[in-house]
Structures are given as structure tokens and as C-alpha cells.
Write a protein that binds this ligand. Structure first.
Ligand SMILES: [Zn+2]
Length: 674
């Protein structure tokens, strides 16, 4: 009922769905009722409410520690204590002060600083603290290794640095933070230092990629410590690994020789360029820069009334509480997991049928073998990992997190930082696997689809089938499709970098992608203020292609579900709505928020939401049929990319799109865009 009411109030009957479907089914969205913010804020509220509610009867030891940490932090988090904590941490770097301003940091010193900031402040200029499976077979026996990904700069959005009008704002942020660690500086010197820090970050931003992150997979490299010492000599990798193990109190080497320990680089040239920049920066400027970053981190985890410190330090407990609050009994949890798993299985099967019928996949033995192995071996993580709802196991995992009665804010913070770093380094916590995250993901190197509980807020075993598949189903379909896009076909069924598409298939694949690029480049939209919306067809191609495939896979799975034509509450505007129409209304619901027209600055690989809906629906015959759109409507374009993909005739599709699911499947892979 709630879902029907929500869909109902979004329908604007003054708009013709065949003219502007987004406008028709996304009436007057606000920041509060926009889909993405709704999903995220309801999770946030649930986590906050549990913190406010305090301990409940039957909570185990780990949960008690969670509340103990929160309450201690709240009692200690005064302005005076915060300042003292800040001083304790930034003064660590005073011992490294240079006599000569132009002196540079040496490679060992730099390695120690980076290990220290990673363990205590969760940042470094070259990496995130993360252990991952090695995607190269060469190291397949080793297990997990350290991964070096893109660094983050002060402002969360790298794109801010590419807009000169935002420069003053970033410089001011540096100025304010640096003033907290050095109160002796005159205003002029403060401005000068802030400006130098901004220039340093600008140099780093300039070597960061502008292409979609997904394309980075092509250059992932793994080197041993010994090889890295030669390839990237400006950083002492051996000292880095040993310092990290010492600060985190973890046996990283686990019997391996230090020289042989593997390190994975997202982009070796970028890491090299960043190290060149740092090694040419005056040591003192670099140290001061690190201090301002520490201020940023401390403010981030302590400013939010201790909630951030608690949830970031003990993420497994946070997730346990989220799971058990949402579904209190084991029976409810099992029912939820089993039925969501069935839905995902149906969508995976639908993708398989759709792709295997494409002639250039079906008739090419190399491509077909790679594709079928990958989809048949695709693993799933639905809701949460097994055991995360087990209180005894949770207590064991937190046995070494012990707070004493007389902690200071500074010592509390140190214990928290260290515990999180240790948990990441010994694999207790996986950074990417927070089940409160509200989007599904394709975990390439495990060949696994991850659909966290946060993303399943729009799912319930009791929801109408059309709503499930049109909503979360299409998003899951999108993620599965990424396994078979330009990055996905570089990675095989076991999660190793090992391209499986033949050269001739790739020609077909590329021509399909080119068709989508050309198509999105021609889209001509204006936003509500009359400003032109420009789409970059190349940058957005990967996501657009996944959108097309995801929608088709979800629709086929929907019609293949025995319960596809379920009855649903007939609110006023949904009086005559069919289940097919409801599917598309639920689909658009996933994109409905007030930023629908916005070209995303930070994530420019996505088309604006209005365009994502238009681009996919206009190529999808079942949509036109569901809403009886005439051949002259905007949703009946002359040229469609599926012609390029399969050579199918438009009339074939119309004849095949009948009411039975099997026929729909047939038509849809002809239309397919991957
Ligand atoms: Zn995507």
C-alpha cells in the first residue's frame, strides 16, 4: 500500500507519458522524498535511533562495547579535549621539522609518515588502507595483498579542483584548519601557506584520471616489494610494509619474505607521478599539509556527536544492529534472504538468456565459453554475509577492543583508529562490504554480485512483483551487466584479469557501444531553468549500456515470474494501471529526485537521471506497448542501436512482444545493447 501511495502521488496527469515519462511519473520531487536521499537517510536514521535507544536486553559483549564507546566519547568530547587531542596528534610531526625550508623528505621518512597516517588517520597520499584479492594469477596462491588506489585530496570532490571559481573556498578550508594547528602565524603567512597547500593538491589532482573509474581496470598491476623499490624508488616500500605492520600490530607478511610481498597498483604511473610531486615538495610544507589533513579527519569523526567515531570504528557491530533491528528473528532473516536471493537468481538467469542469444556471442566459441563460465560461476552476496547476524561470532571478533574506565579523548581516538586499521589489515572488515550501503555492486575480482541490505529497502517478499523488478531489479540487472562490459570482459570467471572476448566479437561489441555513444551525444534536453543539458556520450557509455541491459534483464525476469500479474492496491491514479505499466513506474521511481536534470560533477560517467530513463525506455518496445505510445512519439525513434547489434527488423520485435514471457525474452536479446 505504501508503495502504491508513493507511486500515485508522483504521477502528474497533466503530462503525457509518451512525451515525457520522467515528468509524468516524477512529479514535484523534493530533497526529502528524492529516491537516493530517501534510501540513505532512512538507513542513517535507523542507525541513529539505535544509538539513542541504548542497550537492549540480550545484547552481547560487542554491542555493549559499541555503546560504551559512544557514551565515553560523548562524555569526553568537549571543545577543550578536542583541541588537546588535535595537539597530541599534530605534534608527532614536530620532531621531523627541517632546519632548511627547502629540504626534501627522504623515501624512508615518507614511507613511515604514510604508514602512520593510514593507521591513525585513515588516509595517505598514495593509497587507502585496503586488502584485496590479487587479480593476477601470478600471485593467486598468496591470498590478500595491499592495494594502492587513487588518493583523496582535501575536498571530497576532485572535480572541485577543476573549477577555478572554487579555488578560494578550498584555500579557505586549508587556512581555517591550519590556523588550528599553528596559532603563531600572521594572517599573511597563513594565507601564503594555505595557497601553497592548494597548489600541492592541484599538482596531485592533475595526475588523477578524468576517465570513468571502471576503465582503470585495464592497468591494474601487481609488483613485489622488491620490484616496487626499483620501479618507484622515491618511496621505501619495504619500510612502508614493516611500519604498517608495526603500527597496526598485525603480522602482514605471514611467513613471506618482505621482498616478495605483493602490492597492487591501480595505476602505477599515477603513483609514480604523485611520488615525484611529493619528493619535490619542501619537507616542511608537506608536514604542514599532513597536519591539516589530520585536522580534517579528526573533525570528521568527532564533530558528529561521536556517532561517526562509533560507527566507523565498529562497522561490524553497526551492521549487526542494522540487520537485527530490521529483521529481529532468524526466521524472518532467512525468509528475507531466501526470497531476495530467488529474485537475484531470476535476473542472473535472464541476463544469461538475453546475452547468449546474441549471434556474435552464441556463434563465437571463445566469447561464448568466457561469457557462460563467468555468468554460471557468478557468486552472490544478498543482504549480508553469513555469520554477520551471529552474536557469539561478533563478540569473538571484538574481543581485543577493550576500553578502560579512565580513557582521555586522545587515547580513545587512538584505540579506535588502531582497532579499525587492524581489522582492515587482518581482514575482519572489508571496506567495500558495508551492508548498510544503499546500492548493489559488481565485485569484479570475486565475480560476485553484492546486493547489500541497504539497497534492499525497496524490497520485501510481500511487495508487488512489478514493483520489485522495476525498482531494485533493474538496478541489480545494471550491476550484473557491468560484468560483461568493456571492463567486465577483461576479468574472467574466477576474478582474474584475463580477457575472454575474441577479437571478432569485440568488433561487434565496439560497434554497439559506438552506436550508444552517438545516440546519447545527440540528446537535446534543457533543464527547468532553460539551460541546455549536455551529455558526454563517451564518458557515459559504460553506464548507459549497463542501463539498457539492466532494464531488459529485469523486465524479462518480471514477466517470467509466475506472480508477475499480482493484484496491487488501486489508489486513485492507479485505478486502471496494468502490471506492465507499474513496472515502468517503479523503474522511474528509482531515478526520481530533484537532481534529475543535473549533470553530475563528481561522477561524470553517469548521464543525468532524466536522460538515463529516456535513453533506455525509448529503445524498449514493451514500454511503448504498455503505454500505447504512437509510432510518432519520442519513444519511437527512427534509428535504434539494436539494429546495429543484431540486424533484427523492427517488425520482428513487435510480433514477438506478446504476453508470454518466453517470447519477450526472444525479442529482448535482439534489442540488446549489452
Ligand atoms: Zn553502473
Amino acid at each position: 500500500m505504501q508503495f502504491s501511495a508513493d507511486i500515485d502521488q508522483r504521477i502528474n496527469e497533466n503530462v503525457d507519458p509518451c512525451d515525457d515519462f520522467y515528468g509524468y511519473s516524477c512529479f514535484n520531487p523534493t530533497a526529502e522524498n528524492g529516491t537516493s536521499s530517501l534510501l540513505a537517510s532512512s538507513i542513517q536514521k535507523q542507525i541513529q535511533n539505535r544509538l539513542k535507544a541504548g542497550l537492549q536486553f540480550g545484547d552481547g559483549e560487542a554491542v555493549k562495547k559499541y555503546f560504551d564507546l559512544y557514551n565515553k566519547c560523548k562524555a569526553l568530547n568537549t571543545e577543550k579535549n578536542f583541541k588537546q587531542t588535535l595537539m597530541d596528534y599534530v605534534h608527532v610531526f614536530d620532531a621531523l621539522k627541517a632546519d632548511d625550508y627547502n629540504q626534501k623528505i627522504d623515501s624512508s621518512q615518507l614511507a613511515k609518515i604514510m604508514a602512520y597516517t593510514l593507521v591513525y588517520h585513515d588516509f595517505s597520499m598514495i593509497s587507502w588502507l585496503d586488502k584485496t584479492k590479487c587479480p593476477h594469477k601470478r600471485f593467486s596462491d598468496f591470498g590478500h595483498l595491499l592495494a594502492f588506489e587513487a588518493p583523496h585530496v582535501l575536498s571530497h570532490y576532485i572535480d572541485d579542483y577543476r573549477h577555478p571559481e572554487k579555488a578560494d573556498g578550498i584555500k579557505n578550508a586549508f587556512r581555517e584548519r591550519y590556523a588550528l594547528v599553528d596559532s603563531t602565524l600572521e594572517a599573511g603567512d597563513l594565507t601564503k601557506t594555505a595557497s601553497e597547500m592548494y597548489d600541492l593538491e592541484m599538482k596531485i589532482v592533475n595526475v588523477m584520471p578524468t576517465l570513468p573509474i571502471a576503465s582503470q581496470i585495464k592497468v591494474v598491476q601487481t609488483l613485489t616489494v622488491k620490484e616496487a623499490m626499483t620501479a618507484l624508488p622515491k618511496f621505501n616500500w619495504g619500510i612502508f610494509v614493516t611500519s604498517l605492520a608495526a603500527y597496526g600490530e598485525v603480522d602482514l607478511l605471514n611467513g613471506t619474505n618482505l621482498d616478495d610481498y605483493p602490492l597492487m597498483f591501480d595505476e602505477l604511473n599515477r603513483t609514480k607521478a604523485i611520488l615525484d610531486i611529493i619528493s619535490n615538495t619542501p619537507a616542511e610544507l608537506f608536514r604542514n599539509y599532513i597536519k591539516t589533513r589530520i585536522v580534517l579527519h579528526l573533525k570528521t569523526v568527532l564533530q558528529n556527536d561521536c556517532e561517526a567515531l562509533t560507527t566507523s570504528t565498529l562497522p561490524l557491530v553497526k551492521q549487526y544492529l542494522y540487520i537485527t533491528d530490521s529483521y529481529p528473528t532468524a526466521a524472518e532473516r532467512n525468509n528475507f534472504k531466501n526470497s531476495a536471493t530467488k529474485t537475484v537468481d531470476n535476473i542472473i538467469a535472464s541476463v544469461r538468456k538475453m546475452l547468449e542469444a546474441i549471434p556474435w556471442i552464441k556463434n563465437d566459441s571463445k566469447t561464448y565459453a568466457g561469457f557462460t563460465a563467468k555468468i554460471d560461476k557468478m557468486k552472490k552476496l544478498i543482504g549480508y554475509p553469513d555469520g554477520l547476524d551471529d552474536q557469539t561470532k561478533l563478540d569473538q571478533l571484538h574481543a581485543d577492543f577493550v576500553l578502560s574506565a579512565d580513557e582521555s579523548l586522545s587515547s580513545l581516538f587512538a584505540k579506535c583508529s588502531k582497532f579499525l586499521a587492524k581489522s582492515l589489515l587482518d581482514d575482519r572488515v572489508k571496506r567495500m562490504l558495508d551492508v548498510t550501503y544503499s546500492f548493489p555492486q559488481n565485485d569484479f575480482f570475486s565475480n560476485r554480485i553484492v546486493v547489500p541490505m541497504g539497497a534492499l529497502q525497496t524490497y520485501s517478499p510481500n511487495y508487488v512483483t512489478a514493483a520489485i523488478y522495476g525498482g531494485i531489479g533493474a538496478v541489480i540487472g545494471h550491476e550484473i551487466m557491468h560484468g560483461f562490459d568493456d571492463s567486465g570482459f577483461q576479468v574472467d570467471s574466477d576474478g582474474y584479469i584475463n580477457p575472454w572476448m575474441s577479437n571478432s566479437s569485440q568488433v561487434h561489441f565496439n560497434s554497439m557501444v559506438q552506436c550508444v555513444i552517438d545516440e546519447y551525444n545527440t540528446f537535446d534536453f534543457t533543464d527547468s531553468k532553460g539551460k541546455a543539458i549536455k551529455i558526454n556520450g563517451i564518458l557515459t557509455a559504460g553506464e548507459n549500456v549497463a542501463d539498457h541491459g539492466g532494464l531488459r534483464a529485469a523486465y524479462n525476469a518480471f514477466l517470467g515470474d509466475p506472480e508477475w500479474n499480482r493484484t496491487f492496491p488501486r489508489t486513485l491514479k492507479l485505478k486502471n494501471t496494468t502490471n506492465e505499466q507499474l513496472f515502468f513506474l517503479a523503474y522511474n521511481r528509482g531515478f526520481c529526485d530533484p537532481y534529475g536534470d543535473a549533470v553530475s560533477a563528481a561522477f561524470d560517467m553517469y548521464s543525468p537521471k532524466r536522460v538515463r530513463v529516456f535513453g533506455t525506455l525509448r529503445e524498449f518496445e514493451p514500454f511503448r506497448k504498455a503505454f500505447n505510445c504512437p509510432d510518432t512519439s519520442k519513444y519511437a525513434p527512427e534509428k535504434q542501436c539494436w539494429h546495429a547489434a543484431s540486424g533484427a527488423q523492427k517488425s520482428d520485435v513487435y510480433s514477438v512482444v506478446s504476453s508470454i514471457a518466453a517470447s519477450i525474452l526472444l525479442s529482448v536479446f535482439l534489442i540488446l545493447i549489452v
